[in-house]
Design a protein around this ligand. Structure first.
Ligand SMILES: Nc1nc2c(ncn2[C@@H]2O[C@H](COP(=O)(O)OP(=O)(O)O)[C@@H](O)[C@H]2O)c(=O)[nH]1
Ligand SMILES: [Mg+2]
Length: 292
């Protein structure tokens, strides 16, 4: 059985020596056969040399393509390396390697996707906005996917070869949500273990709390739309229908009770609201047929 520990890296020459040494020290104490894979995403520093020096298999993107694209690349390479279990971690040292055997253990016990949860465990440092966004995400996620997860954005996870084979990534925002949504839809067994997350340098993916909050809400919106399109469009459509119906009833009431005719703008508005509502609900049905 082969474990591939996969790490995306963009200009990580400073932290990689520590991260890779720690992984090797921890893995040497276990019975697992493993390889470390570093995918360099157009680094301009010595990331490649440093990773190779520490014994990692290194592949490079021709230029910086972003984390979502790099993750797809990681999956492809892990499968080529014939990984049975894939462990994903970050290059900045946020996730202590001592948990890697614990993640693998859960896979051996029958789970198919195991998350290292910072919120079930402990975080050395995280801004209020980021924490708030993360917890809100996890709540929405758990509701949509009928799971009980506390950390949907963690980059520290282990999963089976099947997950890497069967899940296709189509969005360009973040693999973290897409993998979870699709794994739950495909009925893979998902589990979470608490971890301690170290304080690291500033995030490169999220630039400041405002950026984070914006991205978080856009993501929540998209996830809701993609995961439960009928409910999502249905609710918006019903809101339009309800407004149209109230207005329509009022128009009819005025005709019946007071014999009041005219009020053409009101009648037109009623028709527009009702037709828009029906249209949006139909979008929901269409999206529901297309959902993947
Ligand atoms: N491929 C790729 N990886 C990146 C990019 N930016 C950051 N990373 C890597 O993604 C991981 C997480 O990045 P980080 O800046 O720590 O973001 P955080 O997850 O918000 O803490 C690290 O291993 C980075 O090297 C990027 O543009 N492309
Ligand atoms: Mg980080």
């Amino acid at each position: 059985m082969l474990v591939v520990i996969s790490i995306p890296a963009l200009n990580e020459e400073k932290t990689l020596p520590f991260v890779l040494t720690e992984i090797k020290t921890v893995m040497a104490r276990t019975k697992y056969k493993y390889k470390i894979l570093v995918i360099n995403d157009g680094s301009t520093d010595k990331t490649v040399q440093v990773a190779k020096k520490h014994g990692a298999v290194v592949y490079s993107n021709s230029r910086n393509k972003g984390l979502a694209e790099t993750f797809k690349h990681e999956m492809k390479r892990c499968l080529e390396l014939k990984a049975d279990i894939i462990v994903h971690t970050d290059a900045d040292g946020q996730y202590p390697a001592e948990y890697i055997p614990k993640l693998i253990q859960e896979i051996e016990n029958g789970a198919e996707l195991v998350l290292g949860s910072r919120f079930a465990g402990e975080i050395e440092s995280m801004s209020f906005m980021k924490k708030f966004g993360n917890i809100a995400f996890a709540k929405l996620f758990s509701r949509l996917t009928k799971t009980d997860l506390t950390d949907s954005t963690t980059g520290f996870r282990a999963f089976t070869r099947q997950i890497a084979e069967e899940i296709e990534y189509t969005t360009d925002f973040t693999y973290t949500h897409e993998q979870l949504i699709k794994a739950s839809r495909l009925k893979f067994k998902i589990k979470e273990i608490p971890i301690f997350a170290r304080k690291t340098r500033e995030s490169r993916l999220m630039k400041g709390p405002l950026d984070y909050a914006m991205k978080a809400w856009i993501n929540i919106f998209r996830i809701h739309r993609d995961f439960a399109p009928l409910a999502f469009f249905g609710k918006i459509g019903i809101a339009f229908l309800a407004l149209g119906s109230i207005l329509g009833l009022w128009v009819i009431f005025n005709v019946v009770a007071y014999g009041q005719t005219g009020g053409i703008p009101r009648v037109i508005l009623t028709a527009i609201l009702i037709l828009t509502g029906i249209q949006i609900i139909l979008f929901g049905f269409l999206a529901d047929m297309q959902k993947k």
